[in-house]
Design a protein around this ligand. Structure first.
Ligand SMILES: CC(C)(COP(=O)(O)OP(=O)(O)OC[C@H]1O[C@@H](n2cnc3c(N)ncnc32)[C@H](O)[C@@H]1OP(=O)(O)O)[C@@H](O)C(=O)NCCC(=O)NCCS
Length: 172
């Protein structure tokens, strides 16, 4: 298997990717991921089996996260001033594994790649969190399993849950 940018992947391969239990992920991957990548708005990293078959992907972009005053004090009491509760982050926008490749440890490999990429970003530019808007119960559970904490719980089930993982915690 090999990692490539979505810019190197053919439209035919992209169209064959299926993520039938989460249509927002499939929809984004098929219709927006390449466009966003060409605009440098978000980068999509694709795991290929052989030359053509897409096994999974993840998409990242940069953002700034506002952390509530109490949480900011707790996290960074030594840095915190009234205006210092905005923290640099890398957003895990979407992650998806093709239907045929689920429950085989590919998700673990893809999360590993996300974490290593975030560590590299943090080394080059300074970055505190990996953030995610978890859009279903399954991904909330898996994110928690990998160490994400909820920063903003959803108020209704159709809302995403805003979660974050401290990049520093990946190094310990
Ligand atoms: C979430 C997803 C990426 C997991 O991919 P996968 O290849 O099936 O996952 P893996 O087999 O590598 O399992 C990853 C870990 O999650 C756990 N896991 C997988 N499915 C799980 C489930 N339904 N409930 C609880 N834990 C689960 C596994 O035990 C494993 O833990 P480990 O690393 O300690 O062994 C995949 O199900 C998917 O693409 N879902 C649809 C898209 C989606 O909802 N994306 C998130 C929104 S952006």
């Amino acid at each position: 298997m090999q990692w490539v940018s979505i810019r190197e992947v053919s439209e035919a391969s992209i169209n064959n990717f299926t993520c039938s239990d989460e249509e927002r992920v499939e929809e984004f991957f098929k219709h927006n991921a390449k466009k966003y990548d060409f605009e440098m708005l978000a980068r999509t990293h694709v795991l290929l089996d052989g030359e053509e078959v897409i096994v999974g992907f993840f998409t990242l972009f940069n953002e700034e996260v506002e952390v509530g005053v109490k949480k900011a004090e707790k996290l960074y009491s030594h840095l915190y001033r009234e205006s210092f509760n905005l923290f640099p982050a890398v957003r895990l926008h979407y992650i998806g594994i093709d239907d045929l490749y689920r429950m085989k440890g590919i998700g673990r490999e893809v999360f590993g790649r996300v974490f290593n990429t975030a560590i590299k970003i943090a080394e080059v530019t300074g970055c505190i969190f990996i953030t995610a808007e978890a859009i279903n119960d399954n991904i909330i559970i898996i994110n928690e399993h990998y160490g994400f904490k909820t920063l903003r719980p959803r108020r209704i089930p159709s809302e995403p849950q805003f979660m974050a993982l401290r990049i520093k915690d990946l190094l310990s």
